[in-house]
Design a protein around this ligand. Structure first.
Ligand code: ACO
Length: 311
């Protein structure tokens, strides 16, 4: 019977029919989605921290308002995604505890520090740019709630990418010091942004199965190449240099060839030893502890109201 169910499940996927929360799904499919979507949610939430670092030091009111709006969007994305995880039967609090205990991952990129104002531009341009490249195909993910959540998330990410590129463009057109700040920022973020797409396909544990299930529509390397091809001309347009001496347009393939990623650095960061891992997790734990009184008050109020309604 299980074989028949599994076959019907894969047939649906092959025919582009979405899998919905109450439909049959193999345990491994459910587990993969819980892993990926919860890690994605954690990334959105932790991803607020590097940018929050600059809210009080934004150069003017307009920049501050835009930055605040963007950070709030990221919080919203996290909440959608935690809701999508719940549709799979996972417990939201448990997934958050897993993050706090170092069991669940979140994107490596958010373990790098934001040292200058230019980083607010570069994070929008490169980090949100890489996020869109990865997430637009997720709008066609086989699991309905994840796919639908991604539609709005991608619209907002697209705004984030544009505002980031605009910040960097202004700096690149500014004084020599401003241009140098933009270039320094690009130098620091370029390689970590390429790492966001995950290990090379040959070293990726989950890609083959996730492609068969149409959770992923492209491999890590395909998406990374698409990102490089889209971003190099943007850097050229504003007169900045990508920090890769091996970067070269390949006339035969029609794509940019690029240098080797430092995979040791990537795995160090993923395993918890990046420049800001400890700080990020500590900030999330503190936020949970500091918010305890609010949750207790909200629960007490809800209980009181329920009791009153019963009378
Ligand atoms: N940072 C941290 N961990 C990573 C990263 C990364 N950049 N890339 C891969 N990994 C982890 C995977 O989670 C996996 O570990 P796990 O088995 O413990 O979960 C391991 O490295 C091997 O990688 P893959 O087999 O390639 O994993 P997967 O098929 O899940 O692909 C990817 C990784 C591309 C990140 C995928 O999960 C995905 O598309 N996720 C949704 C998008 C997302 O999470 N984006 C977050 C950043 S964008 C933002 O938040 C603004």
């Amino acid at each position: 019977k299980i074989d028949a169910l599994n076959k019907a499940f894969q047939d649906k996927i092959d025919n582009e029919i979405k899998i919905e929360p109450k439909d049959y799904m193999p345990d491994a499919y459910r587990k993969t989605l819980i892993r990926q979507i919860s890690q994605h949610a954690h990334s959105e939430i932790v991803g607020q921290l590097p940018e929050a670092n600059w809210v009080t030091r934004a150069p003017n009111l307009r920049r501050k308002a835009v930055l605040l709006a963007k950070i709030q969007d990221e919080a919203g994305h996290g909440l959608y995604l935690y809701s999508a995880v719940e549709t799979l039967g996972a417990d939201r609090e448990q997934t958050i505890d897993d993050l706090h205990e170092g069991i669940a991952k979140y994107s490596s990129i958010f373990n790098y520090p934001t040292l200058t104002w230019a980083d607010m531009g570069t994070v929008g341009w490169l980090v949100d740019g890489a996020a869109i490249m990865n997430q637009v195909p997720l709008c066609r993910c086989s699991y309905g709630p994840y796919a639908r959540a991604m539609v709005r998330v991608c619209k907002e990410e697209s705004f984030h990418q544009r505002q980031g590129f605009e910040v960097v463009t202004q700096l690149a057109k500014g004084t020599p010091e401003q241009k140098a700040m933009a270039q320094d920022s690009l130098n620091r973020w370029w390689w970590p942004a390429l790492m966001m797409f995950g290990p090379n396909d040959a070293d990726s544990t989950h890609t083959a199965q996730s492609m068969e299930w149409k959770i992923k529509r492209h491999t890590n390397d395909e998406l990374r190449q698409m990102f490089v091809d889209a971003t190099v001309p943007q850097a050229e347009l504003i007169g900045l240099t990508i920090p890769d001496k091996d970067l070269k347009f390949n006339e035969e393939t029609g794509h940019y060839d690029f240098g080797e990623i430092d995979w040791d650095e990537f795995w160090q960061v993923v395993k918890g030893y990046g420049p800001c891992n400890e700080e990020r997790v500590a900030a999330r734990k503190k936020a949970k502890e500091d918010g305890l009184w609010v949750r207790e008050a909200a629960n007490a109020y809800a209980e009181k109201r329920a009791a009153r309604n019963k009378k």
